[in-house]
Design a protein around this ligand. Structure first.
Ligand code: NI
Length: 202
């Protein structure tokens, strides 16, 4: 087994739409084992293949306290069963140190295959419902910060080839990127994550 590098926001590869898995080959089985190991190592509860730069519909997850009950979802389909949404303070291994509340449907149906090709068909609530929706977003190129980050400020100094891009969320939490002018946002360097007060000091 091997630890895989996790792509960090705003890497543009995180925007790739994942393709269905055609067959669970030996290579896919190795990828599943590596993803589970990577998830445990990074102390995460879920990891989508997109986050390790493999753009196939594959998610691993472990919501158990003892971290001994990994689950695998291949070609998952997630359908909301209720309109009611619940907020949950989410984080993401691809966006270190950023946590914020995201509202998602409270109850969903998960249809998928497990690592043995066995059908999964479950109606779930709670953390599993939150986590599977977060990971499904990854397979569709969506990152949880998309729900609350706005471009607050972008500054291009005409005398300099450097630019700042500052993203703000609704709680005055700032994410600052630095890069050369004309750089695709995905290639900008993450410089700072924190509050306005800290930003003023910086
Ligand atoms: Ni994530």
């Amino acid at each position: 087994m091997a630890l895989l590098p996790i792509l960090n926001y705003p890497d543009p590869r995180l925007r790739t739409i994942a393709k269905p898995v055609k067959e669970v080959t030996a290579e896919i089985k190795t990828l599943i084992a590596d993803m589970i190991e990577t998830m445990y190592d990074a102390q995460g509860i879920g990891l989508a293949a997109s986050q390790v730069d493999r753009h196939i519909q594959l998610i691993v997850m472990d919501l158990s306290e003892d971290k001994n009950s990994p689950r695998v979802f291949i070609n998952p389909k997630v359908t909301p069963l209720v309109e009611e949404k619940q907020p949950y303070e989410e984080g993401c291994l691809s966006v270190p140190e950023v946590y914020d509340s995201v509202e998602r449907p409270k109850k969903v149906r998960i249809e998928a295959l497990d690592e043995h090709g066995k059908k999964i068909d479950e109606e779930v609530e709670g953390l599993l419902a939150v986590c599977i929706q977060h990971e499904m977003d990854h397979l569709n190129g969506v990152i949880f910060v998309d729900y609350f980050l706005n471009t607050a400020f972008s500054c291009v100094n005409e005398y300099s080839e450097w630019m700042f891009l500052i993203l703000e969320n609704k709680k005055n939490f700032y994410v600052v990127f630095l890069g050369k002018c004309g750089t695709n946002i995905g290639k900008l360097e993450l410089l700072f994550v924190g509050t306005l007060t800290a930003l003023a000091l910086f």
